[in-house]
Structures are given as structure tokens and as C-alpha cells.
Design a protein around this ligand. Sequence first.
Ligand SMILES: [Ca+2]
Length: 185
Amino acid sequence: MQQNGTVVLAGIAIGLLFIGCSKSEETITGPPATTNLIINSSFESNGDSSLHSWDIQFPDAVQLVRDAAPNGGSWSVAIRDEPILPVANIRFTTAAPSGTHVYAFSFWAKYSADAGSAWLRLKRSDTTYTLNSVGITDTVWTSYHMLDTLTTNAGDSLRVTLGGGFAGRFSARTFFDLCKLEVLN
Ligand SMILES: [Ca+2]
């Protein structure tokens, strides 16, 4: 009897093990795969600041700072005022998915002393079209969202530009974080 009891208990234990396994497999299913085209949206990697994948147009005016948007990790990018046009900026460029799609361009930003702007542009052959531009309007972290329906061809590129102001105030900064360009459909 005692032996049979041990066998039953072992069977229950193995059964629980399988239930445990199937439960953990179910919990693996997460949110749908992201369609964000921007690599390094949050200006950080493994807790360290990073400008990986962004082209820096005016290195002296671009800093990574420990001041993140809500749910934006630890770091953001701060772009200083420069009395120049085009303004000091960083850019991310990617091949455009071909066909007609709805794109959501979004980011968090704030400014001190003088406000910068962000642009979404389409590059086609030798011409660059501005699809959307927005001036930063707040001195506390605020989210900005834009939707664009766009038809693109092979060879087209999409470019996001994040820029500082151009009043030339030395202390002025515009901060950006969580910059995304998502393909919705
Ligand atoms: Ca961040």
C-alpha cells in the first residue's frame, strides 16, 4: 500500500510539473510585435545613454542627459540652441515600407528657455518633402502624436529630425525621448 501511495504521489508531482510547463508557455504570449521603425527610441541601451542609429548634425550642441520622459528609462537627448539654420539636430533615416500605410509619429519633449522642433520627412530621389513638423510647446515632459497616410515607392526613405531652437540662447535646451515612427496598417 505504501509503495502504491508513493507511485500515486509521484504521478501527481509529474502531473503538476506538466501543468506548470503549459502555464508558463501560455504566459509567453505578449503584445503583438512592434512596428516601430526607429531603432533606439529611448536614447539608451542596457541602462547606458546611447545615440546609436542617430546621425548627429552638430555634435557640440547635442548631449545625452539623465532626465527621461515618463516610462522613458533614465536618459533623453538634449539639443542646445544655436544661432544657425538649419538648427542643431539629430536625424534617424530608414527605408520606407513600400505601398500605402498609416504612420504614427510620436515622441515626448520639453524645453527650457527656447523651444526646438521635430520633423517627419520623406526623401525621394533628390527631393525631401516635409510631411509633418511640430514646435515644442511645453517646459514639462509632454507627448506629441501625429498621423500620416503615405504612399511610398521602392527607394523612398523616411527621416525623423529632432532639433533645438535657433534663438542662440546659450542655456536653452530642447529635450526629446521615446521617439517612435510606427506603421499602423
Ligand atoms: Ca529614455
